[in-house]
Design a binder for this molecule. Structure first.
Ligand code: URA
Length: 435
């Protein structure tokens, strides 16, 4: 078999069979298919797409390129994965919350990608926190705590690790087939009893339209189920940053602080906290799928109890210690400056792309791989779409010791928070569940 023939075949929109996918990934791993050839194949896939059977084959070949996490207990093994969005700190809350209900949550997470922050970057804002543990070390943490959050060990789906690095620099990230194979090869390696996917829809994530998000969600559920891993997807709104009742934090340290506030139930449970409600919905779905709870309503009640009783926070602290971190109160953030409404009105739009770009420009996210981050920079929005605001009310605050974020605001083509003179409908947080 010749790799060039396979690239040509895909370039002309033909379908590769299971043997051809096996040859391609095997040869990529042993170096006989070069990075240049694989990048050309990724581009052909982006343009021509993959059939459901091809996505299944590619996923399972990428899984087979590495090893699986060993089982360390009889506890049900569950996980959640998000396609990523502005202010999305759900993983920090969900992993210890589910562990506090007797599940094992072996969470393999990523770094920031584009404007969306990465769970690993957030956790590294905690002094000493180690996100790169070997399979042996992470298994020990899982056995002791019931949860870990780490980056993929090089033995987990190594084909994805190499292909992902190529996609990142060849504008070939945005492909439903490639994203499905990339995410699920790592999740299958964790041998889960249930996976719940949070597919974000809107300008603060990768899937701006409902149609694209549905296509990705259906692909993830189909391939997950076909590979023997019960998988559900929830489509959630990402047209405004995800946050708590008192504001949405974006930035590494400030997001950890918000997650801790939710975990320790410092905010009144009467108040609407979108990040808490989404975490509960995703966690409940995982518990029901894994057969831990009979129905969603029972699961949600138990999850709320675990937050209120402090058990989830206790588990978070244990996980931090087990992964080498030291938590001594809220993490430090940079100097705060408030931005006020110049008139009365109703919040019509929050400019997620501009906010995400400003965080990157200030060093809170990466412009290129390997860059060191400034965890103290951040932005906090205090209003949501549909809110009525009064002149002089704080719309958002920036946390930055330099003038970088303020300069981004000055140079922006429009306001970060747009106001309308007439009432605007609030946005739904959870849009759809699949299936
Ligand atoms: N996250 C992944 O792990 N892979 C992708 O391709 C996109 C997001």
């Amino acid at each position: 078999m010749l790799c060039t023939n396979l690239i040509r075949k895909k370039r002309f929109g033909k379908v590769l069979d299971a043997d051809e996918w096996h040859f391609l990934i095997d040869s990529f791993c042993d170096g006989s298919v070069t990075d240049a050839q694989m990048a050309a194949m990724a581009m052909a896939i982006c343009i021509r797409g993959l059939t459901p059977d091809e996505i299944f084959c590619l996923t399972n070949e990428m899984l087979a390129s590495g090893t699986r996490l060993p089982r360390v207990s009889d506890r049900p093994r569950v996980d959640k994965h998000s396609t990523g969005g502005l202010g999305d700190k759900v993983s920090l809350i969900l992993a210890p919350l589910l562990a506090s209900l007797g599940c094992d949550v072996p969470m393999i997470s990523g770094r920031g990608l584009g404007r969306t922050g990465g769970t690993l970057d957030k956790l590294e804002a905690i002094e000493g926190f180690q996100t790169s543990l070997s399979i042996e070390e992470s298994s020990k943490v899982l056995a002791e705590v019931g949860a870990f959050i780490i980056g993929a060990d090089e033995r987990i789906a190594p084909a994805d690790r190499r292909l992902y690095a190529l996609r990142d620099v060849t504008a070939t990230v945005e492909s439903v087939g490639l994203i499905t194979a990339s995410i699920l090869s790592k999740k299958l390696a964790a041998s889960l009893d249930a996976l719940v996917m949070d597919v974000k829809v809107g300008s603060g994530g990768f899937m701006p339209t409902h149609g694209e998000a549905i296509e990705l969600a259906e692909s993830l559920v189909r391939v997950g189920e076909q590979s023997g891993m019960p998988t559900r997807a929830i489509l959630s709104d990402m047209d405004q940053p995800l946050g708590d009742a008192f504001g949405a934090s974006i930035g590494n340290a400030i997001e950890v602080n918000e997650a801790i506030a939710v975990l320790s139930d410092q905010r009144s449970s009467e108040l609407n906290s979108p990040v808490r409600e989404l975490t509960i919905a995703l966690s409940a779905s995982a518990l029901v799928q894994a057969g831990v709870m009979a129905d969603l309503a029972t699961a949600e009640t138990k999850l709320r109890e675990r937050l209120a009783s402090g058990h989830a926070m206790e588990r978070f602290e244990k996980m931090v210690v087990a992964q080498g971190g030291h938590l001594n109160g809220p993490l430090p953030v940079a100097r705060r400056r408030d931005f006020l409404a110049e008139r009365d009105g109703f919040v019509e739009r929050i400019n997620c792309p501009a906010i995400g770009d400003a965080i990157i420009a200030a060093g809170g996210g990466r412009k290129r791989g390997g860059e060191k981050l400034d965890h103290r920079v951040g932005i906090q929005t205090f209003v949501r779409v549909g809110d009525a605001v009064k002149k002089g009310q704080v719309l958002f605050a920036i946390f930055d010791d330099s003038d970088s974020i303020a300069t981004s605001i000055q140079n922006a083509s429009g306001p970060w928070v747009s106001l309308s003179e007439t009432p605007v409908a609030a946005r739904d947080l959870i849009l759809e569940s699949i299936p």
